[in-house]
Design a binder for this molecule. Structure first.
Ligand code: G3P
Length: 216
């Protein structure tokens, strides 16, 4: 499973890029608002200079014609850019047009296996099931990822599953076990994935033992 970073924060992206484990980025209007930056083009261009991999930029239009127009523009910003589109009738219509033009789409706000099936049929490159937001309403978010992976495998769809709305490291582990192609994670979760108290204790003990002999 690949790890994408779910952020529009340059400091987080630069810091995570150094680890060599992040192979893409997802953004959305809320993440842009968090950075108080409405210049999507400059943000995506900067992100593309930090991370060499697919970078999702979300359309704002709600009608198919508007989505298509925005997507064609976004697709010119960087060779790695992916257009993020919500799963609505307009979103599916736009995706079926754009995928024929080889513009990669990431269909977002996926909350059901049926939505994911339609996303694959429309020719999207990615689908983003939102795990945490389903958990929030007492639905098993990870079951959605499992179902979508099963359906896509059954019919050999090439659409990749991005486990999104990831809130903690256990979500990442479960997404990997469920067979998600990608988990897109907040920076904090990436750091939590690295951390283990026994690693810290082990380093401390190695250092103490080394110091005890190197000083003699
Ligand atoms: O990848 C989607 C993500 O940004 C949404 O996360 O925590 O707002 O549900 P959250």
């Amino acid at each position: 499973m690949h790890i994408f970073l779910d952020t529009a924060n340059f400091d987080e992206l630069r810091s995570a890029a150094k680890l060599g484990v992040v192979s893409g980025v997802t953004t959305n209007p809320s993440l842009m608002a968090k950075e108080n930056n409405a210049d999507l083009k400059s943000v995506i261009t900067e992100i593309a200079s930090i991370i060499d991999g697919p970078i999702s930029a979300e359309v704002i239009s709600l009608d198919a014609a508007g989505m298509i127009k925005e997507a064609r523009d976004i697709a010119k910003w960087s060779p790695n850019v992916v257009v993020k589109i919500p799963i609505t009738p307009a979103g599916l219509e736009a995706t079926s047009v754009l995928s024929k033009e080889h513009i990669k789409c990431n269909l977002t706000l996926c909350f059901s296996p049926n939505q994911a099936l339609l996303v694959a049929l429309a020719g999207a490159a990615y689908v983003s099931p939102f795990v945490g937001r389903l958990d929030d309403i007492t639905h098993d978010g990870m079951q959605l990822v499992t179902d979508v992976v099963t359906i896509y495998k059954q019919y050999d769809f090439s659409t990749q599953v991005i486990a999104a709305s990831i809130r903690h490291p256990l979500h990442c582990l479960s997404a990997a076990k469920a067979g998600a192609h990608i988990a897109t994670v907040p920076y904090k979760v990436l750091m939590q994935m690295i951390k283990h108290p026994l690693t810290d204790i082990g380093i401390e003990r190695f250092m103490a033992d080394w110091n005890s002999i190197s000083k003699t």
